[in-house]
Design a protein around this ligand. Structure first.
Ligand SMILES: NCc1[nH]cc(CCC(=O)O)c1CC(=O)O
Length: 336
């Protein structure tokens, strides 16, 4: 595309910015409630909410209250909710079998939400870290993350989630070969319409810190995740991972974190044209909320601006802890 403009003063770019209706007509991208996926944290108990210090405004909820949250999300028009369990350290093991327990916290929440609010899609996290006494996304032997053994465990985990009624599986583990293995197992088990949103380009990022507090993984993690999550310096590798995951049967692909990686979102959308999502992660949320709490930025405007940036970068949707607030703001007509 080569837009042609006459020289000044024939062309005055400010003309189309001169009033709200002209700005509306010239607006290239839009943000709607239907673009939002809401990540929520689960905890045991009944009637329980627990605050997360590093994520102001975000709480862990027991299953009964996550059902209420799903009802609220559905009534706002949010299409999907994504579940992350805080697992009791007592059930974490090196073999991670709680991950495929049909009655684990996450699977109980899926059933409860699908029974009460069938109109909202439930997305899950497929990775071993909530159940792993080592805090890693994969099985560990002698300090080494075992790829193929982990994939077998992830397949059991994903099948249990599909069995419980999950609509979208979100493998966030970054092992090689897991998308093909999951897709094959889902087909074989008759779960033909369960979608896979692959965390294809997931970087080893400092922006996950508050999330690890929220799911209780901060203390457990031994070392870092650099042997499976990506080097933030890389971009071509992201395209190769996306291509690989699409070829293995991913329906949707994700870039994570979001705001520091908008260039990756744009390259992915331009190259593959596949349904593309970004995860505005816990640290991004904490930055905006932390500054807003101190009165340093307008939190609501920064929220909307940051979400619009994902649309401009080519994303079809965004996982964001702001989802309910953003939905309310969008419905109230706040743009920027
Ligand atoms: N499988 C773990 C997982 N799934 C989603 C997030 C991060 C989400 C966030 O920071 O909001 C992580 C953290 C990690 O990889 O350590």
């Amino acid at each position: 595309m080569r837009p042609i403009s006459a020289p000044f003063p024939t062309t005055r770019f400010r003309r189309l910015r001169s009033s709200a209706p002209l700005r509306a007509l010239a607006q290239e991208n839009s943000l709607s409630v239907g673009d939002l996926i809401w990540p929520v944290f689960l905890c045991d108990g009944v009637g329980v909410t627990q605050e997360i210090a590093s994520m102001p405004g975000v709480v862990r909820r027991s299953v009964d209250l996550v059902v209420k949250a799903a009802e609220e999300a559905a009534s706002l028009g949010i299409p999907a909710i994504c579940l992350f369990p805080y697992t009791d350290p007592a059930v974490k093991t090196e073999t991670c079998e709680e991950a495929w327990n049909p009655d684990n916290l996450s699977n109980r929440a899926i059933r409860a939400i699908k029974a009460a609010v069938p109109e909202i899609a439930v997305m899950t996290d497929v990775a071993l870290d909530p159940y792993n006494s080592n805090g890693h996304d994969g099985l560990v032997r002698d300090g080494v993350i075992l790829n193929d053994e982990t994939v077998e465990a992830l397949v059991k985990m994903g099948l249990a989630q599909a069995e419980a009624g999950a609509d979208i599986l979100g493998p966030s583990d970054m092992m090689d070969g897991r998308i093909g293995a999951l897709r094959g197992a889902l087909e074989a088990a008759g779960h033909k319409d369960v979608a896979i949103m692959s965390y294809s380009a997931k970087y080893a990022s400092a922006f996950y810190g508050p999330f690890r507090d929220a799911v209780g993984a901060s203390g457990a993690l031994k070392g870092d995740k650099k042997t499976y999550q990506m080097n933030p310096a890389n971009s071509d590798e992201a395209l190769r991972l996306i291509e690989r995951d699409l070829a293995e049967g991913a329906d949707m692909v994700m870039v994570k974190p979001g705001m520091p990686y908008l260039d990756i979102c744009r390259r992915v959308k331009d190259r593959f044209g596949a349904p593309t999502y970004a995860y505005q992660v816990s640290g991004e949320y904490a930055m905006i909320m932390g500054a807003a709490e101190r009165g340093w930025i307008d939190g609501k405007k920064a929220m909307i601006e940051s979400l619009m940036a994902f649309r401009r970068a080519g994303c079809d949707g965004v996982l964001t802890y702001f989802a309910p607030e953003a939905a309310k703001a969008i419905r109230a007509g706040l743009t920027w």
